[in-house]
Ligand binder design. Sequence first.
Ligand code: NAD
Length: 496
Amino acid sequence: MSSLTITGAAGRQIQVPTGLFIHNTFTSSITGATLPVENPTTGAILGHVSAASPDDVNKAVTSSLAGFATWKSTPAPARAKLLLRLADLIERDAADFASLEAVDAGILYTDSLGMNVPQAVANLRYYAGWADKIDGKSLAMEGGMAYTHREPLGVCAAIVPWNAPLMITIWKLAPALAAGNALIIKPSELSPLYAQKLAQLIQEANFPPGVVNILPGDGASAGRTLSEHMLIRKISFTGSAPTGRQILKAAAATNLKRVNLELGGKGPSIVFGDCDLENALLWTRIGITANNGQICAAGSRIYVQEGIYEEFLAKYAEMARKMPAVVGDPLDPTTTKGPVVSGAQHQKILGYIAQGKKGGARLLFGGREVGEKGYFVENTAFADVGEGEAIMKEEIFGPVASIAPFKTEGEVIAKANDSLHGLSAAVFTNDVNRAHRVTAALETGQVTVNAWAMLSPNVPFGGVKESGFGRDMGEDALEGWTTVKSVKYSILPGKL
Ligand code: NAD
């Protein structure tokens, strides 16, 4: 099978197979279709990987059915051992994964090495610990008793985006496999390389064939075929709301497969006058500039209490001036700002910035594209943004902060909740009572106090409202990968 050699950080040469990964072997797609792999730093095409057709999906499902039959009867400690082995292999090859995420998706090598890869490893280890602890209950019943089993669902699929691809894939793979399911992974067409590397390690770890199949491919073809497949029992999806709706419709129209949706956000960061201002400045900056704002949990709406509003704006702008981003190749460890993922994303972000400039908001800094090649955008902040403006209401998925003042706790809670989304929020205050009140009142899947978007494998992550439903991470995610069977006994009277 052919492979692609990618130059990673410090000149390392990384070889990844280009084929689909089905039944532990790499194979071309049946139609011969391929996907281009673009480097967003330069716009150069680095090569091609195979693109799964509907027939390839069917082939993978047949393999997964066999994989599931083996895996569900594999003793839990043996499943845990393989998850731990995979964690060790990813840790060993961390620099390769970080390089591939940089070259393929424009993610900073240092961010991937410092967060995405370690979080993936931590999730594998966390769920390895769960594999032999997925227990049922014993329940009393009139005339008898019952017990429950938590059983795997069967063949499942993970459809994932490009913005933290390894970590998000492992958020799904680790609990799915710990619970005994087989998993088909469809990476985003914008970032297939990490998944080709992951497939190599699944093979090296020696998972039984069919437990994990990996199908790079288009959403409209491979993704849709997975969503409509009659033998797939669950789709765990992270991505945009329009795609989430299509998957949900496909599930409704076919076999009513279970669907988990992790969709977009427009996270409010609420800065109260009593907060530690330096800390709030730091986190509100990171919250919208990390990964160029291409994070569903980004703190993209910043509400600042009236008494400190002008001071906050002055210091926020000063911070941007004094600590300018080092723009460049995300593989270079000194770079602090890489490109956004694609030409389309670049245009979308610049379009929102143009709307912001035309509206009534005040441009605090940024607002331009950077350089002649590749997809770079300046970190940008608008102040005095009206509630009705598109840059305040819609997910931009770029490094664009929309800042506005508020007077009272009640007013800011109402503004924060006046959104179709409900994924993530942050509250900055030194008043513990206020922190309790506001976190309780926010309509959101997660809220951070005095920081932004902390992650830990044991803490669930997911949304409410149009940000979706179901959870990744934590014990709650495991529930989503199992079904409960109740076994009931009638206890007959005996002859004493
Ligand atoms: P996207 O919806 O375009 O693509 C996501 C995945 O869905 C890709 O693998 C794509 O190939 C696939 N897909 C596309 N059309 C499909 C179809 N008809 N059927 C099945 N699959 C299909 O999203 P994206 O551009 O990759 O990611 C950006 C979006 O993802 C943003 O809106 C962001 O907020 C969201 N996101 C959410 C989270 C979260 O945890 N909530 C995390 C990261 C990204």
